[in-house]
Design a protein around this ligand. Structure first.
Ligand code: GLN
Ligand code: ZN
Length: 759
């Protein structure tokens, strides 16, 4: 009996982002729906064939999506809010994309991060009297589509309990989980269709099982799977959990009458022993042993040794090997990367390579297949080289970190004393006006950067261009009367990449795209070695900007937690340690800016909240080191130097204490859309430092009027004392046009002046 390999989901976007191209061409009206659907079908076929060729037995279907799999689940069960005007029957493509992106008539569904990943899903919006029906048979259609190509697949469904737990309702006090009894018949119906069509297994994803659950939720799982397993006795359910261990939810799950259970053994390695000891003898265990969230090549020999006795004890037919979670979160194929350093490249595995690893391991464990043992030995050899590589270790960095004292993580004086010195230095008016950093990345800016990257624009010409942009931005900020200026970030491609490219220990891919949402993809940097800063990174542009004006120009850095959070992080050193290394590199940058006459330095941390672990019990440990890292990066300066930070997309209640401990002199946050409600957390905390609640929603093209901004300021002043307040937009302005930015900021300055005059 040989061990089989499963995949839980393949990246959808395509090796060359074909889906992005097809979507954007359709949205812009350049091609029709049929062309889009054809491209999508081609991608699915190619991915199925590729997985078959890689020896995957359980190939997923319905893991593909034109936009988002949670949206697909909403459409499948007919959960489409009334405003989208759907009246039953097939859900038209226009309706689907109206839900995803909004239209001239309706806004899009809300979007938020999928668990602790950087993938965003469309939040289901349900009502108390929500009716469900099988509005789309996509899972069945794609199963049959694969079957017609001669490929047996295992359809993937987002589980009903996780679906409801991810959903929101506009009605206060209403918990969508109540709708489970109404939802289950629709799931039963699709399961019946799949069974009739000949599906053997179905993969039902319930990642909510790795969260803290109350009894009600646990009961919901029992209700759901008691019912669903009874629907089609021959259709086996692989209940799939990922992004963590099951911990206190394990005994609930092992009592469910399911045929298979998938475990994430990367995030929850301790589960293996426990589950194999406790699981009923006939439960098939899918072992998620290859990290679906990171890019590192695996130590297969180590897994072989660990798994051999377990498999012998329970029988090979009771195990399946799989990635820890869907491969949606990693780039597709490492072979495309021609410019990575050869050794670094040899340490990596993307989706295709990961499936190859699973195949080799399965063969070795099954005692079949020539050459598989060699692949394991090769992996072992390469990983030994990685462990010994001087590229991963930097003595100086390690020594310096070992010597960090708590004094280095503390400003010299308390905030009140610092503030006095800073005021004496800067003499800013009450409610100082500023922006968050970036100005519009216009077509011209992006073009110049691209031609420079291609070698068509010389360094000198590119720099001259950037100088011109920067100087113009300074002049204009002076003209409209902003108090604290920024240089505009014209030279930056991305707020993490720009720094990563200048630091030792970071690598960048050419094709390593990972879906962020819809057609949007990112190429996260790879942190493979100790992080060090060979030379200043932002001093030249910041001092150039400061030389153009007498007003203070704010230095602008990306914080250590955000750099970590938006990268693939090495797996041979704790995340906290990697973060400390980045913090030290940034500390030097902060001190260099100060030494070069920059009196205000902003260290952005928009990702601090999304770094929160999935389980509450782990929050404090994370927040402690996150705060430490921020303080290490920012505490090297004198009291008179003013440290700012910026956070957006945040709910602050959970982290307000950590924000307090970060002790930035000034924090700017996103509050315009919530009409200052987010400030509540700061009010009840009695937040003592300065704060700039965003008064201008930069996500929409519309220009806020002076009256509107005044009203928001008045509201902010009810929450906090006016002498604590700054006036700024919600976030950076890089995605806006100058036509939008100019009047909006002029109104903002006018509103601040009027507010000062009247109070
Ligand atoms: N300084 C950055 C900018 O203005 C901050 C971006 C962010 O918060 N995401 O673009
Ligand atoms: Zn922001």
């Amino acid at each position: 009996m040989s061990i089989q390999v499963a995949n839980l989901g393949f990246p959808r976007i395509g090796l060359h982002r074909e889906l992005k191209t097809a979507l954007e061409s359709y949205w812009s009206g350049k091609s029709d729906a049929q062309a889009l659907l054809d491209s999508a079908a081609q991608l699915r076929a190619a991915h199925w064939q590729q997985q078959k060729a890689l020896g995957v037995t359980y190939i997923p279907s319905n893991d593909f999506s034109l936009y988002d799999h949670v949206l697909d689940a909403s459409v499948m069960v007919g959960a489409i809010p009334d405003i989208y005007g759907w009246e039953g029957g097939d859900v038209p493509l226009e309706t689907y994309f109206a839900l995803a992106r909004g239209s001239s008539a309706v806004p899009a569904l809300e979007m938020t991060k999928w668990f602790d990943t950087n993938y965003h899903y469309m939040v289901p919006e349900l009502t108390r009297d929500q009716a469900f029906c099988l509005a789309s048979t996509k899972p069945l259609d794609e199963f049959l589509e694969a079957k017609a190509l001669g490929i047996e697949t295992r359809p993937v469904l987002l589980g009903p309990v996780t679906y409801l737990k991810l959903a929101k309702s506009k009605e206060p006090g209403f918990d969508p989980l109540i709708l489970l009894p109404e939802l289950l018949p629709v799931y039963a119906e699709i399961l019946r269709h799949l069974a009739v069509a000949g599906a053997d297994w179905v993969q039902i994803d319930e990642p909510a099982l790795v969260l803290d659950l109350d009894d009600r939720s646990r009961t919901a799982f029992r209700t759901a799977y008691d019912q669903l397993t009874a629907v089609a006795p021959k259709l086996k359910i692989m209940l799939t959990t990922y992004f963590g261990g099951l911990d206190d939810n394990l005994s609930t799950i092992l009592r469910l009458p399911i045929a298979g259970l998938h475990l994430d053994l990367v995030r929850g390695p301790e589960q293996l022993e426990l589950v194999t000891a406790m699981a009923p003898a006939d439960l098939v265990l899918s072992l998620g042993i290859i990290d679906g969230r990171n890019v590192w090549r695996n130590d297969l020999e180590e897994w072989a040794q660990k798994l051999r006795p377990v498999i012998e004890a329970r029988g090979a037919d009771k195990f399946i090997l799989a990635p820890s979670c869907s491969l949606l979160h990693v780039p597709i194929d490492l072979d495309l990367e021609q410019d990575l350093e050869a050794d670094v490249k040899s340490w990596l595995a993307f989706a295709v390579q990961k499936l190859g690893e699973l195949g080799a391991l399965a063969q070795v464990l099954s005692g079949t297949g020539e050459g598989a043992q060699d692949k394991l030995a090769e992996a072992g050899r390469v990983l030994a080289l990685r462990r010994a590589s001087p590229k991963t270790r930097n003595r100086q960095v390690r020594d310096r970190l070992a010597d960090v004292t708590s004094a280095q993580r503390r400003r010299w004086s308390e905030f009140a004393d610092r503030w006095r010195l800073q005021q004496a230095q800067l003499s800013l008016p009450a409610l100082p006006t500023t922006t968050i950093g970036s100005f519009p990345q216009t077509e011209a800016v992006r073009k110049a950067r691209a031609s420079h990257a291609r070698g068509q624009l010389s360094d000198a010409d590119y720099e001259a261009f950037l100088r011109k942009e920067t100087e113009a931005a300074i002049r204009w900020q002076e003209e409209i009367g902003l108090d604290v200026l920024v240089h505009g970030e014209f030279e930056r491609n991305d707020m993490v990449q720009y720094f990563g490219e200048q630091l030792i220990g970071f690598a960048f891919t050419k094709h390593g795209w990972v879906q962020s949402y819809g057609s949007r993809c990112v190429r996260p940097p790879i942190i493979f070695g100790d992080v060090a800063r060979p030379q200043p990174m932002t001093v030249a542009w910041t001092t150039y900007a400061q030389a153009q004006t007498k007003r203070p120009v704010k230095g602008m850095l990306t914080g250590p937690i955000t750099m970590l959070q938006w990268s693939f992080v090495r797996d041979d050193l704790g995340r906290d340690e990697v973060c400390r290394q980045i913090a030290l590199a940034l500390r030097d940058e902060v001190c260099d800016l100060e030494a070069n006459g920059i009196g205000i330095i902003q260290v952005d941390e928009p990702a601090i909240r999304e770094g929160l672990p999935l389980r509450r019990a782990d929050w404090n440990a994370y927040l402690d080191w996150a705060v430490d890292c921020f303080r290490l990066a920012t505490s090297g300066v004198a009291d008179r130097t003013q440290i700012h930070t910026h956070m957006c997309y945040s709910e602050f209640n959970d982290i307000i204490d950590a924000i307090g401990r970060m002790d930035a002199d000034v924090i700017s946050i996103e509050t315009a859309r919530s009409k200052m409600e987010l400030l509540e957390a700061f009010t009840s905390y009695h937040y003592p430092n300065q704060i700039g609640p965003g008064v201008y929603d930069i996500h929409a093209p519309r220009c806020p009027s002076r009256e509107e901004i005044l009203a928001l300021l008045a509201k902010a002043a009810q929450h906090l004392s006016a002498d604590q307040l700054w006036v700024n937009p919600d976030c950076g302005l890089k995605t806006r046009s100058w036509e939008e930015v100019r009047p909006a900021l002029a109104n903002m300055v006018a509103a601040a002046r009027q507010f000062r005059a009247e109070s």
